[in-house]
Design a protein. Structure first.
Lengths: 337, 294, 341
């Protein structure tokens, strides 16, 4: 089958998942006993005002009706209004999505670049010293709380060494941000040759990105090692050795045959890492979607939470889809080729 | 050159040999157990180790750096951090153990039934689990706890509930593999009622993988509960829980009073690390494929 | 001097179990073989008898916990067991080539087959790429792959089992090996294809004057395609000789049982024809390893049986095997107890 047919079919398969996601998000926020009406109305509201707000929020309708209304709204792009910011949730979210994407991209990218080679090298000498050391490091990475790591890095690099700027935002308050092209302060300032802004953006990026990279590298190292070990034990690698192929060639074979499962794994990891990223944004006041969402949850901003969770879930589904497509392209055994 | 002698060594020697065998096979598991036991002792016998009362404040000694009197210093309320860190071990275990038990109690039966019965029930359950996978677990836990009310009990319940799919999936996979095996078929043919088959025949054989995961899931529970407390959800100050203590100490990190947030963090890292070491080591021992012997 | 001369090869499984006890099993015990150019040796036995392990020990492809603990492997005058890994690697795929089971999963799934042929040639023989490509085409033709030009860019998963095995044979031949080891080359293939592959192997071995070792659990294959045979049980060669001698006049009770069971195609890979568990290598009986199955076993079998020369080039490891004598009558039936052992 050709490419567009393939994309079409894959996208079609994703739709039930999307419906399920909308449903789960809907249910999620209605699960608890928290009364959004109470929050909005405040302590001095009268019974009438309560009812008014309830009606306005549509909470007086039966549950299934509420869902249909909600689903309908979502499809039209109406995610409700945040009572904290008094702006449409969709607006809040779209303004911040690119900001988070920048952090996510650099962080996971760096984590993968560090993690995959380490995992591979550990697999080539299993139970050797390097392997043991890497395993400890990886387990440690699983154990360090991200927010704590961020705080420690701020302490060391900002307070002690004065290398990093204060952990606030993406660019120094004294510097005016560049014009909008991609949404990334770093890239946009480079594009407009605004070196001061670029420098500021870069120094603000480093700590959160390294933080995310360290935390994302841990599972990547572990899984890469496991995948590579399986590949090394496979028939094709054993045969390659029987053929007397050079070590470098065999390692190359191992790497290429590990690529697909590794990519799949990183794709599934992104879901969890989005949550971690939100915590990092919170600590560094990054101003992205993560910080917005966490604040919304903690302060009980009902509609914003709904929109935030939905966006994250949709993003995950998109990532799965993209990973599927990438693999179908590079794998000679896929139905595409 | 060939096998062991037929005379059995005394029990203590055999036990000692088993210990040595296990630690040779997996030093990580051994190290993990030691760390967990250490914290367990701290949690159970915290009175013996605390130097001060964990919730008494000394208003004149706010934000003192570590000293002979206060080994880990004092926090913004003048409370002794060392004692609070020791006391916090109680929360680590107090949350993780019930949460994992709940996950197992929910997940294992669900996995058994879904794997054995199959059909619509299985399909629906698996779809729901797959659907949940697209939500970051931290956010999910956070949202649900925030929505259901902020109490310790809620945290335990929510974490226990949210982690059960892991166990359900593991058990289900084993059951699917065993379902068509001879001994299950003969049990069915012998007329055993379903519940007997499930619990007497299938359960003991499918639970191994799930049990190996308990330490890792416990590590996750400790982590997440601390994260929730850090965000101010579920547990609040002045409770001496590590996550809440880090929250308190966050603002002081950039003003130089590093001890307020660092020590609880180190304790948290240690316990989670120990649980992860143990879980990783156990998997090494149980799964021969992972075991790459010298 | 023989091309391949294996003397007293000893391979053990050594590891510590969960009770910290050192466990050691004799996976190969005093294996002796010789092979010359143009000869086809069949190594036959049940699953777990040590056939593949012998090949792996010769080529240095053992994985832990298996380890060679003694003996010598002389190939073309060189002692393989004392060679460093990189020199051994240079011999593998060149002078000693292997054809394995599961051809479809053994080929690198991410490289086209033509490229893989070129790759193995480049690794060992170097030279310009065109020469390698040309040779690859020649070999593909030699092994009977139709349309070599077209198939050159095929992916392994596009091939059938038989076709993939032909590719493996072509790979083995690219560097003109002196010794070809085929480890269960037809197991898992279609019955009709099996004969084709074996015929091909036999023809190529003759054409290129190679020494060849075929490892199999199928006595029929040995009978049809091999000159020499070595019967293995529990890590030992219990009988060895020409196919004629061993199959027509088996001297070891185990061999006799194998052949008596079904005169034609006897496949040891299917349910154990002799009824009995495969021997536990960690709990071997003292003395003769097959005594638990032997109808003739007596007390003397609890001591190590000698390797008896039953005829010129025909040996058997059994107390009751009659050494070569001037007696004219040699029957296939076991001797009565009146004869001296």
């Amino acid at each position: 089958m050709n490419f567009s047919q393939f994309i079409f079919r894959r996208t079609l398969m994703v739709i039930p998942l999307l419906v399920g996601v909308v449903f789960l998000t809907f249910m999620l926020v209605r699960v608890g006993g928290l009364d959004p009406v109470g929050l909005l109305a405040g302590p001095t509201a009268t019974a009438e005002e309560f009812d008014m707000i309830r009606e306005e929020l549509g909470l007086d309708q039966p549950l299934w009706k509420q869902f249909l209304i909600y689903a309908g709204n979502v499809v039209q792009g109406d995610l409700g209004e945040s009572w904290l910011s008094n702006r449409p949730v969709l607006e809040d979210i779209s303004a911040r999505s690119l900001i988070s994407l920048e952090l996510l991209f650099w962080g996971i990218g760096l984590g993968t670049i560090i993690g995959v080679p380490l995992g591979l090298r550990a697999a080539f000498n299993p139970n050797g010293r390097f392997d043991q050391a890497t395993r400890i490091m990886s387990l440690l990475g699983f154990s360090i709380p991200t927010y704590w790591l961020g705080l420690v890095m701020l302490f060391v690099f900002f307070y002690l060494l004065r290398w990093a700027p204060p952990g606030m935002g993406r660019i120094s308050l004294m510097v005016s941000p560049p014009d909008f092209v991609t949404g990334s302060y770093l890239i946009d300032s480079l594009l407009s040759a605004n070196w001061q802004a670029a420098h500021s953006a870069l120094t603000h990026l480093i700590l959160p990105v390294v933080c995310l990279a360290i935390v994302s590298a841990a599972p990547i190292i572990k899984q890469t090692r496991a995948i590579a070990l399986e590949v090394i034990a496979s028939d094709s690698v054993r045969y390659a050795r029987a053929c007397g192929l050079k070590t470098k060639t065999v390692r190359d074979i191992v790497f290429r045959n590990s690529a697909t499962p590794i990519i799949t794994f990183v794709g599934t990891e992104i879901t969890g890492l989005v949550g971690t990223m939100s915590l990092i944004e919170y600590v560094f006041a990054w101003g992205g979607l993560g910080q917005y969402g966490l604040n919304a949850i903690v302060r009980g901003d009902f509609t914003a939470v709904q929109g935030y969770v939905l966006t994250l879930a949709l993003f995950s589904v998109l990532v799965f889809l993209v990973v599927d497509i990438i693999i179908a392209i590079i794998e000679p055994r896929s139905e595409l080729n | 050159m060939s096998a062991v002698s037929s005379v059995k060594a005394p029990l203590s020697t055999r036990f000692g040999n088993r210990l040595r065998g296990v630690s040779r096979l997996s030093p990580t598991a051994t190290a993990g157990v030691i760390i967990i036991l250490l914290f367990g002792v701290l949690a159970l016998f915290s009175d013996l180790f605390m130097t001060h009362d964990p919730i008494s404040s000394y208003p004149e000694r706010i934000l003192q750096s570590p000293s002979a009197e206060h080994w880990f210093g004092t926090d913004g309320n003048g409370m002794d951090i060392f004692s609070r860190v020791i006391y916090g071990a109680k929360f680590g275990f107090g949350i993780a153990i019930p949460a994992v038990i709940i996950s197992v109690l929910i997940g294992v039966p669900v996995g058994l039934i879904a794997g054995y019965r199959g059909g619509l029930l299985d399909e629906v359950l698996m779809r729901i689990f797959d659907g949940l996978r697209v939500f970051p677990s931290i956010i999910l836990a956070l949202a649900v706890v925030a929505a259901t009310g902020q109490s310790l009990l809620n945290v335990v319940l929510v974490l226990g509930f949210l982690d059960s799919p892991v166990f359900a999936r593991l058990v289900r996979a084993e059951v699917l593999a065993l379902r068509s095996s001879i001994f299950v078929e003969s049990a069915v043919a012998a007329g055993n009622p379903t519940w007997r088959i499930l619990f007497l025949h299938l359960l003991p054989n499918s639970i191994q993988g799930a049990m190996a995961q308990t330490a890792v899931r416990a590590a996750w529970a400790v982590r997440i509960s601390a994260t929730l407390a850090f965000l101010g959800v579920g547990i609040q100050a002045p409770t001496p829980e590590w996550g809440a203590m880090i929250r308190q100490g966050a603002e002081f990190m950039v003003t130089g009073q590093w001890w307020v947030a660092i020590f609880p963090g180190i304790a948290l890292i240690f316990l989670v690390f120990g649980l992860n070491l143990f879980g990783d080591g156990i998997q090494d021992i149980l799964d021969p494929r992972r075991r790459v012997s010298k | 001097m023989s091309l391949l001369s294996v003397s007293d090869l000893q391979t053990h499984f050594i590891f510590h179990d969960i009770d910290n006890q050192l466990r050691e099993a004799r996976a190969l015990n005093k294996v002796n073989l010789t092979l010359d150019a143009g000869q086809i040796l069949g190594i036959v036995g049940e699953t777990g008898a040590g056939k593949s392990l012998t090949a792996q020990s010769i080529c240095g492809l053992l994985r832990p916990p298996a380890r060679i603990v003694g003996g010598s492997v002389l190939f073309d005058g060189q002692e393989l067991l004392s060679l460093p890994e990189d020199e051994l690697n240079a011999i593998r795929g060149a002078d000693i080539a292997m054809v394995v089971q599961n051809p479809r999963s053994s080929l690198d799934p991410l490289t086209r087959i033509g490229e893989q042929l070129v790759r193995i040639h480049q690794t060992h023989s170097g030279g310009p790429l065109d020469i390698s490509r040309q040779k690859a085409m020649e070999m593909m033709q030699a092994v009977g792959i139709p349309d070599p030009e077209g198939r050159f860019t095929a992916w392994p998963h596009e091939l059938s089992g038989g076709m993939a095995q032909r590719v493996l044979i072509a790979m083995a031949l690219m560097n003109e090996p002196k010794l070809l080891i085929a480890d269960e080359p037809t197991t898992g293939l279609d019955v009709t294809v099996q004969a084709q592959i074996l015929d091909l192997l036999k023809e190529l071995v003759a054409r290129f004057d190679m020494a060849s070792m075929i490892i199999t659990h199928d006595l029929g294959i040995v009978a049809h395609y091999c000159d020499q045979v070595a019967v293995m049980f529990a890590g030992e060669i219990i009988e060895q000789g020409t196919v004629r001698d061993v199959f027509l006049k088996p001297a070891h009770p185990y061999t006799q049982q194998l052949l008596a069971a079904t005169p034609e195609r006897l496949d040891l890979g299917s349910e154990n024809q002799l009824g009995g568990q495969p021997p536990d290598l960690f709990n071997l009986p003292p003395g003769c390893l097959s005594q638990d199955r032997c109808p003739r076993a007596t007390d003397i079998c609890r001591t190590d049986p000698p390797m008896v020369q039953v005829a010129g080039g025909h040996t058997a490891r059994c107390h009751f095997a009659k050494p070569a004598s001037k007696s004219a009558s040699k029957s296939a039936k076991p001797r009565r107890s009146k004869q001296n052992g």
